[in-house]
Design a protein. Structure first.
Length: 196
């Protein structure tokens, strides 16, 4: 959605607050009223930036995807080997949890998927596809370089890694323990022959 330069700060602030609320409560557990109170504007003003909550959700996941893709490009361009790059990938999830017990936005929205507008569902599926494609390439290259060792197709291992990390975040929250995530992520890395 195009926006004028004078409203971009408010739009970004709305997205920042919406992301925090979505990562801690879920998409369906916050309203425009919650955003308005936190940002300090009227609820009706939010509709100027995002006419419907589906517009907000789509923009939120699209921005998250872009930022996550940027992080993946930085990891991929780094000098480390495949195990080091996988460890850096895991750190993206760890850092999310350590930022106030937040969960991955992709995982949070996946939990609400049946209730999301179609355009938001597409962004969520795109987030998973982006991650699985990146992981598949890394796992394949790591195995060809004898840096990683696992059974089966790289795409299957990629899906299992992503699914495992999303689940590990949920378990960490349920137990109130970042150590829970650390143990699970170590095991996931070992499952593809990467050092933890």
């Amino acid at each position: 959605m195009p926006r004028s330069p004078d409203t971009s700060g408010t739009t970004d602030q709305l997205l920042d607050v919406a992301q925090e609320l979505a990562q801690t409560r879920g998409y369906n557990a916050f309203s425009y009223r919650d955003l308005a109170e936190r940002v300090g504007i009227r609820s009706a003003s939010i509709h100027h930036h995002f006419p419907a909550k589906g517009d907000l959700g789509r923009a939120l996941v699209a921005r998250y995807r872009d930022r996550f893709s940027d992080a993946l490009r930085r990891i991929g361009a780094g000098t480390g080997d495949a195990p080091a790059k996988l460890a850096a990938y895991v750190d993206l999830f760890r850092a999310t949890y350590e930022h106030g017990g937040r969960l991955c936005l992709g995982g949070m929205f996946a939990a609400d998927l049946p209730t999301l507008p179609t355009e938001v569902q597409e962004q969520v599926r795109g987030f998973y596809a982006d991650n699985e494609a990146w992981l598949t390439r890394l796992l394949d290259a790591g195995r060809r370089a004898s840096q990683l060792h696992f059974e089966g197709a790289p795409r299957d291992a990629a899906a299992a890694l992503l699914d495992g990390l999303e689940g590990a975040l949920l378990a960490a929250r349920a137990h109130g323990s970042s150590a829970r995530f650390a143990r699970a992520s170590r095991w996931l890395l070992l499952s593809v022959g990467a050092r933890s």
